[in-house]
Write a protein of this length. Structure first.
Length: 48
């Protein structure tokens, strides 16, 4: 194998690893449930 093919294989493998890690991260964050915003009333009074 010449050097170009080796670099292409390594780059492709790194790309696949990053893609799989991203999908796992998104799945974990999505499985935490619905995102509920903070109560606005407590947020307003925290500045006084």
């Amino acid at each position: 194998m010449d050097r170009g093919k080796i670099v292409a294989i390594i780059t492709g493998a790194i790309s696949i690893i990053i893609a799989v890690a991203y999908l796992i991260l998104v799945a974990l964050l999505d499985s935490r449930g619905q995102m509920i915003p903070a109560p606005i009333v407590e947020f307003i009074f925290s500045f006084y």
